[in-house]
Design a protein around this ligand. Structure first.
Ligand code: AMP
Ligand code: MG
Length: 495
């Protein structure tokens, strides 16, 4: 059986000079064992998921022996954390193992998370706990299945090693993958150290490696910034549309590829609440759900600032002008992607001037009536134009019945203007409004069982969430709104 031992590696990031990274080696976790492997992610490497059960593979990932072709390094980066610049962060518990080149020529950087100390560990222990690893593992794969760009999770391991957080937990290891794990903070570290040659080398690396088409542009670095601006704008629109809050949008957690990166205290909203704060340690709500679009722009301005020396080294004012122009694309791209996405969620094919008013009114009603975000949109597909009984269940979700009645009358009228056909609209809506998302309480149930050594729930959620838009027989309970204990789960950065 083909396994990780047979893969072709070409470690482009590790070949960058000292200063970009430091050599590391994983520190084995006591009693490490495979918890789960994602068939979808394994397929990207042409691997059968069972191949990850191999003892030699386990020893290679654990650091007992070196996996052929790998050259583990920890990446150096900096970043703005909660608005403050931190001059050196870096992979404190992540290690890039190497870069796999598949038969189709795709490149996947494999990264271990929780593999032990690195030169960037600062006061940390280099470990990840089972709880947070289960969350990142499941959510990476679930977010991908929702059609949102993200790092992927190949597999995860548990162990009997004790790790100290607010309580004693067990250590775990995630193997994640992305074409590149370069972050906004990777640029910032060289900018703030006045290392402009390295800054240029990093930009060249990113362009050659991930955006080769930009080489043809008159100003490749400016084109790179523009591309990241647009990708980030679209990513923010996608998060907002699906009710996802990242929780720690520091610039070191912002991917240069526009991927969802570094899952920590993230949360999918249950009841719609624009001010939703999923990170228990985010006292001021800097990363509250409705702040994400503006934080995305703030983070991009940090990136733009770090790229200034690349735009026009001799004329600071000209460079700043170019950066500003690139950033002005952010808002229109985000607004358009969000508006288009919201029309799809509502089953609207045509574009009308007051569509935003219509969706905004629904969101306001949902907020004041604390209506479940995922389920409301999913069930809206059941509405039939000429059958007033078809929205009874929906109506019951609102305390403000009159408000809902007024809205739904306008919604029906709007659908009629484009001669919307019930079955066609319903099918289209079910392709964009998920039935299942990784609600906090669902992840929590899987964690509690995993902490007892039972991984069946992880497997169940992984399979369920790989097809979030399909009603799956016998799985209705997984679309349920949280039980009382699951409403106020506290999730913090401590992972
Ligand atoms: P995060 O907010 O999880 O993305 O982490 C921010 C920074 O802290 C990164 O540089 C991480 O590598 C580092 N870090 C987080 N947890 C640990 C840990 N347990 N040990 C060492 N470094 C860590
Ligand atoms: Mg991070």
């Amino acid at each position: 059986m083909r396994s990780l031992l047979d893969l072709q590696f070409d470690n482009t990031f590790a070949r960058l000079p000292v200063g970009f990274h430091s050599p590391v080696s994983p520190t084995p976790l006591a009693g490490m064992h495979l918890v789960s492997a994602s068939p979808g992610a394994a397929a990207l490497l042409d691997l059968p998921p069972e191949s990850l059960r191999d003892d030699e593979v386990l020893n290679g990932l654990a650091g007992v022996q070196t996996l052929p072709g790998t050259e583990p390094v920890a990446m150096c980066y900096a970043g703005h954390q909660f608005g403050h610049y931190v001059p050196q962060l870096g992979d404190g518990r992540a290690m890039i193992l190497g870069e796999v080149v598949t038969g189709q020529g795709a490149r996947w950087e494999l990264q271990l998370k929780g593999a032990g100390l690195t030169p960037y560990s600062r006061d940390g222990d280099g470990r990840a706990v089972l709880r947070s690893t289960v969350r990142e593992y499941l959510c990476s794969e679930a977010v991908h299945a929702l059609g949102i760009p993200t790092t992927r999770a190949l597999c995860m391991f548990g162990s009997c090693e004790e790790v100290y957080r607010e309580r004693i937990e067990s250590g775990a290891l995630l193997v994640r993958m992305a074409p590149s794990h370069v972050r906004f903070g990777s640029f910032e570290v060289f900018y703030y150290r006045d290392q402009h040659a390295q800054l240029r080398q990093l930009a060249d690396y990113v362009i050659d490696h991930d955006y080769p088409q930009l080489r043809e542009q008159a100003q490749p670095y400016l084109a790179l910034l523009g591309e990241v601006v647009r990708r980030t704008a679209r990513l923010m629109a996608q998060w907002q549309l699906v009710g996802f809050a990242h929780g720690v949008m520091n610039t070191d957690n912002m991917s240069i590829l526009g991927l969802t990166l570094d899952y920590g205290p993230f949360g999918f909203m249950d009841a719609y609440d624009p001010g939703f704060i999923c990170n228990h340690s985010d006292y001021h709500g800097r990363y509250a759900f409705d702040q994400q679009p503006s934080v995305g722009l703030w983070n991009l301005s940090c990136l733009a600032q770090a790229m200034l020396p690349l735009l026009d080294a001799d004329n600071g004012e000209a460079a700043a002008e170019q950066a500003r122009a690139a950033l002005t694309e952010y808002q229109p791209v985000l607004v358009e992607a969000y508006a288009q996405g919201m029309r799809s969620k509502l089953g609207l094919r045509e574009e009308h001037n007051d569509d935003q008013l219509l969706s905004g009114r629904l969101l306001d009603l949902m907020a004041s009536n604390r209506v479940d975000y995922t389920n409301l949109f999913r069930e809206l597909a059941d509405l039939r134009l000429d059958d007033p009984t078809s929205d009874r269940a929906l109506r019951d979700r609102f305390l403000d019945r009159a408000g809902f009645d007024a809205w739904v009358a306008d919604y029906r009228a709007r659908l009629r203007t484009e001669h919307s056909a019930d079955p066609v609209r319903a099918a289209a809506m079910r392709q964009v409004n998920p039935r299942y998302v990784l609600r906090n309480y669902l992840a929590q149930q899987a964690i509690v069982q995993a902490e007892r050594g039972d991984y069946a729930e992880i497997e169940r959620l992984l399979t369920l969430l790989s097809r979030p838009f399909d009603d799956q027989p016998g799985m209705q309970a997984y679309a349920a709104e949280p039980p009382d204990w699951g409403r106020q789960l506290e999730v913090s950065c401590s992972s």
